[in-house]
Design a protein. Structure first.
Length: 68
């Protein structure tokens, strides 16, 4: 990766600062949207909850050795 010029570093710092300042407001917008969507339609038939456990890995083919 090439080194950044001073102008590029300054611009990146400005953008990162702007993102840091906007993050709490954006989080509030997301939380309000989630709350509103639950009020409008509390039961979503197309919602599939995230799996909390990972499925077991598939069995290794016969004769395969572990490379660990």
């Amino acid at each position: 990766m090439a080194t950044l010029t001073p102008d590029q570093r300054r611009r990146r710092e400005q953008v990162e600062t702007l993102i840091r300042l906007m993050a709490p407001g954006l989080n509030l917008v997301l939380a309000a949207g989630e709350r509103l969507s639950r009020i409008v339609e509390p039961d979503d038939p197309d919602y599939y909850p995230v799996r909390t456990t990972s499925p077991e890995p598939p069995p290794k083919p016969d004769g395969a050795e572990a490379s660990d």
